[in-house]
Each structure stands twice: as C-alpha cells, then as structure tokens.
Design a protein around this ligand. Structure first.
Ligand SMILES: [Zn+2]
Length: 290
C-alpha cells in the first residue's frame, strides 16, 4: 500500500548510484486547485513541483530549491519551490490554449528555466538551463549533462490527483561494472506513469531493478506550505514606495494583495499604510482572510 505525500531515498548497494522518489497527493491537489490550469499546463506544474521536491532532498541542504520559467507563451509563468522542512508550494499562470504537441519553448514562450538554490549560510546559487525538448525531464537532463553536475535522470508523471517522480543519480566513484549506469537508466526508463504514481516505492523498485541490491531509507511526509506573511507583504509595499501606495489607496480605498501561491489576501487601509511608512516601520495587525 502506497503512502501519501512521501519522499524517500534509495541506494544501489553495489554501485555508486542513488535515487529519490517523491509522490504528492493532498499537497499537489491543494496546489492544483489554486489555478485555472488544464492539460499540459496542469501536468507541467505538478511535474515541476516533484522536481524541486526531489532536488531539495537529493542536495541535502538546509534551505530551498526554486524552479522558475517566465515567458510570453500560453503558460507564461511557472514558479515552484520546495524547502528542507518538507514544504512545497507553486503556481502557474495559463493565458491561452496549449497545443498537446507543443515543445517547452512554445508552451512557455521562453528559452530558459532558472533553478535557484538557497542554502543557509551561503549565497543563493542560480543555474540557468536551456529549455530544450518536449518534457521537463528532457530540459533537466540536458542541464545536468551539460553543466558541471552529476549525471542525473528524471522520470515524472502527473494527473489531477497525484504528481510523482523518481530521480536516479550517478555518484562520483568508479563503477564496479561498466554497464551498471546504462543498465539502471534503461530499466528506469521502462517505468510507466501508473507504476510511478500508484506503487509503494519498495514494490516499484522491485519491479524495475529486481536483479540489484537496493537499500531503502526512511520516508518523510511532504506538505503544502506557504511562506507568505503580512510582514513580507508590508515589506513589498515599502519597496513599492509611498507615492505609489498612496495612489492605489486613493483610487481603491485600500491596498489588497493576494498571495499567488496560497490565495491568502492581505489588505492595508490608510491607517495601515501610514504605519508601514511611519517611523519604526511596524506592521499593523489586521484581519487576514484565507
Ligand atoms: Zn501564500
């Protein structure tokens, strides 16, 4: 029986190869419901979420991994983030119909994807990868193959109920048997979406790699969580500037900011805005609606 919203690591005992498996159920459904996505727009958001959840656990950092694509295509924005506290959040904006045959550049109207790694105590690291291929896994594998990183393979699958994926990575060190990496990749590529999404990891690995000795590590639960707050929204107002804030207040009566990840609404009236721009810059307490 498969557990919900899990991330789990595994290791090939006889080869320098490791893997990670992520399966998102409730957390994915909460995120999927926020936007008005359909077809490939929806599955790209789910697959991207799985990718950052896989990467944050594989990198073993305290911090977060963000993947972002912005462009002028029918899916003009996609932002997903996973952190080391096992929280994921993400959003995408679909403004037109996506052709089922379209490649990533046509879907996003962009030719790059940006991966940002923020680890505690270190400068954020930003990697820019060409948006190549039809599927997200194509673009990521190209990125890992052409940048100074470990060879990494992704299998991804998503529907409205579940988003799942598996990462296989070759670690530094000599293979005891020269064909091991190719053999593992070949076997991994035979996985079906259904197996990836519905099977418990032990059973999945047994089906794929029954000739290999594998070690399975403990799983942990992933949940949807958003890091937005009234304080952060107030800081954004500050950076907007007093003149612009006053102008919005005059026409709208209040400033209302909705979080694009979780739809929480933060509103600021004249008194709140005065306090934000006032001495000390304290943030006024006020009603926050979910
Ligand atoms: Zn939020």
């Amino acid at each position: 029986m498969k557990n919900s919203d899990q991330s789990q690591r595994f290791l090939f005992e006889d080869h320098p190869i490791r893997g990670q498996h992520v399966s998102l159920d409730q957390s994915w459904q909460e995120i999927a419901q926020q936007g008005e996505l359909e077809g490939r727009g929806l599955s790209l958001l789910g697959e991207a979420l799985v990718v950052v959840a896989l990467l944050v656990d594989t990198l073993k950092i305290e911090g977060s991994v963000t993947l972002q694509i912005r462009g002028t295509g029918p899916l003009e924005l996609l932002v997903v983030e996973a952190n080391s506290k096992h929280g994921v959040r993400g959003t995408a904006r679909q403004v037109g119909e996506i052709d089922e045959q379209a490649d990533l550049q046509q879907i996003f109207g962009s030719d790059v994807l940006v991966i940002t790694i923020k680890a505690e105590g270190a400068e954020p690291h930003q990697g820019i990868a060409p948006l190549r291929g039809i599927n997200l896994s194509d673009a990521l594998e190209y990125y890992f193959a052409t940048s100074e990183q470990l060879p990494t393979h992704f299998c991804l699958a998503c529907d409205a109920e579940n988003a799942s994926g598996m990462l296989i990575q070759k670690l530094p060190g000599k293979l005891t048997d020269d064909d091991a990496w190719d053999r593992v990749l070949h076997l991994a590529s035979t996985v079906t979406d259904d197996e990836l999404q519905r099977l418990a990891l032990g059973e999945l690995l047994h089906r794929l790699f029954n000739e290999e000795t594998l070690r399975l590590f403990d799983s942990h639960t992933i949940k949807f969580s958003c890091s937005c707050s009234r304080e952060r929204t107030a800081a954004m107002l500050l950076s907007l500037g007093k003149a612009e804030a006053s102008e919005i207040l005059e026409t709208e009566g209040e400033i209302s900011v909705s979080c694009e990840f979780c739809s929480t609404n933060y509103s600021f009236d004249q008194i709140d805005v005065d306090q934000v721009f006032g001495e000390g810059g304290t943030v006024p307490p006020s009603a926050t609606t979910h």
